[in-house]
Write a protein of this length. Structure first.
Length: 100
């Protein structure tokens, strides 16, 4: 996490480590931004919107193509992401084969 995230979630040098987790700190006791295990639950980010997912998928596809990949297998998506993939395919915006 960067300093802005730590500030927004009130994670400071006096914030105790939660049970089963650790807020990594520097030699002065200031949080470094690394939250391990259960400490990650101290930062709850809103889920991505559908528009965020479209933006992320388009950026990922653009990145993948740069390396000459022609096919990817993506086994970790929920139904909403698969629907976005279908929409992008229908719009001719998917330059590779995807098995999801």
């Amino acid at each position: 996490m960067n300093s802005k995230v730590l500030e927004n979630f009130n994670i400071t040098k006096v914030t105790p480590d939660p049970e089963g987790g650790q807020i990594m700190k520097d030699s002065d006791g200031n949080p470094t931004g690394i939250l391990t295990d259960n400490a990650r639950a101290l930062v709850v980010l809103p889920p991505p919107t559908e528009m965020d997912k479209v933006t992320y998928l388009k950026a990922a596809l653009k990145y993948i193509v740069r390396f000459g990949l022609t096919t990817v297998v993506d086994m970790g998506n929920d139904y909403s992401v698969i629907q976005i993939f279908k929409q992008l395919v229908d719009n001719g915006e998917v330059p590779i084969r995807i098995s999801a």
